[in-house]
Design a protein around this ligand. Sequence first.
Ligand SMILES: *Cc1c(COP(=O)(O)O)cnc(C)c1O
Length: 495
Amino acid sequence: MNYISTRGGEMVTSPRAILQGLASDGGLFVPSVLPKLSTNPTNPISLASLSSLSYKELAFRIISLYFDEFDEAELKDAIDKAYSTFDTADVAPTVKKGEYFCELFHGKTLAFKDVALSLLPYLLKMSIKLCGVDKDVLILTATSGDTGKAALEAFCDVEGTRVCVYYPSDGVSDIQRLQMVTQEGSNTSVIGIKGNFDEAQSGVKKMFRDSSLNDKLFDMGIILSSANSINVGRLVPQIVYYFYSYFSMLKNEDLPVGTAVNFSVPTGNFGNILAGFYAKEMGLPINKLICASNDNKVLYDFFNTKVYDINRAFVTTVSPSMDILISSNLERLLYSGNLDFEKTKSLMNSLSAQGRYTYDAALADFVGEFATETQTLDTIREHFNKTGYCIDTHTAVALYAYQNYKKQTGDETRTIILSTASPYKFAKTVVAALGQNNTLGNTTDSDSLSALSEITKTPIPEQISNISKKPILHKAVCKKEEMEKELLNTLLTMG
Ligand SMILES: *Cc1c(COP(=O)(O)O)cnc(C)c1O
C-alpha cells in the first residue's frame, strides 16, 4: 500500500508515511487506494466474516490491509501488547444506556487517543526497522489535552524514541495538565505554551518543515515524527472501533449484518470522524456521520454552508479537547472529494492567506451539529437523571448533536454515540453539571473526583486516583515564538 500527499508532492510506503508523519510538501498522507470489503460472505474481508471477531483479531484484519509491509506475526504481537493495556478485553465496549455509547476511554489515560497511541510506538519501531533508519525518533506533538498524555504514556522509556509535547498552558483541564506534568520517563518532555491549541499545532507543523532545524537534529542523531492525528499511524487504528461497535450493536439488537447506522462523533481535529468516513468508504453500512462541535463551530458552519472560515474568536469551552479552529484532517476529506492535488493545495493556500475557503464537492456523508455550553451541561444532567449513566463533556456534545439531528430530521436510523473520555477527566465540570457543586466553590478537578464518585456510585479510575499526590516534573512554559528554542534546551537536558 502506498501513501500519497494530499498536495501531490510525494508518494511513499506505509512505514515511511508513519515515520515521517507529515508529507514534505506540507500535505497529509492518504492511502493511494482505500481497501474495500468483499461482498462475498466467505471472503475473510467481508462484513459477515469480520462480524464475530474479537477486538484484537478485527484490529489485525483491518490494520494489515492498510499497513501490508509489516510482518504479520510482528503486527499481531504488537496489537496484542497494545490492547492488553486496556482495562477491558473488549477494548471499546458499546453499552446501551438510553442510547448506544461506544466507550473509547478504557486505556491508560482515559481518552480515545489511547486506542491509536498505545499501538503507535510498535508501528513506529517496525517502520524504523523496515526503513533502515539508524537515528532516534523524536515525537513532536501539539495537544489540546488528551493526545499529549496518551503519547507520553505510550512512548515513555521506549528505546530509540523521545517525546516532546506542547500544550496550551491555560487551555486544558486540571486533570489533563496534571496527567502531563507529572509524567515520568527519561525520554519525556512537556512544555506549556502561552497560546491556544491552533497556535501550538501551527508551531509544531512549522518545525516539521524547518529544514535548518531538521538538519541540526539530524546531526544530533535525531529525526522527527508525529503522534498527532496527521500521522496515518494514528488514523488507521481508529477505523477498527467503528466496525467493532457496529457489530456489538447488531448483536445486542439481533439485527442482520448490513443494517445501516449513524455515528455521532465529538470532533476537533477531524481525526476520529475521518476514520469513520474511511470505514464507510470500505463498505461499513453507515448512513450519516454526525460531526458534533462545541462553540468553536467552524465545522458546523462548513457542513451547512461549504465555507470554512476561521476568522472568528477562539472560544475556551468545557470540552477543551475540541477547542480547535483549524481541523487538520479535513484536508484529507477535501482531497477524497475530488482527488485533485491542485485543488487541495489552493484551498489550503487560501486558508493560510485569508483564513477561509469555499469547497465545491459533495459532503453528503456528513451532518454538522453543535452544542452550546449550556446545552452541553444540561445534556449531562438530563441524561444522568434519566438513565443513571454519566458522560463527559465531549460525549455530551455528541449526544446533544444527535438528539438535535433526530428532532430536525425525524431520522430513526440507530445511532451510536462515540464516548471519547471518562467523565473523571473533567470531574469539576461534570459535578457542576449534575447540579451538585453548590458548596464546592472554586475547587479543581482533582478535588472533585470523590464527589463524582459519590454521586455516580462508580469508582475513581485507578489511572488517576492519586494524581494530586504526584510530584510536578515538567515546569517549562514558553511564548509561542520560543517553541524551537525550548525544544533544543530540553533535548540537551534529556542527553
Ligand atoms: C481529541 C478528542 C476529541 C476530538 O477528536 P478529533 O480526532 O481531534 O476530532 C474529542 N473528545 C476527546 C475527549 C478528545 O480527547
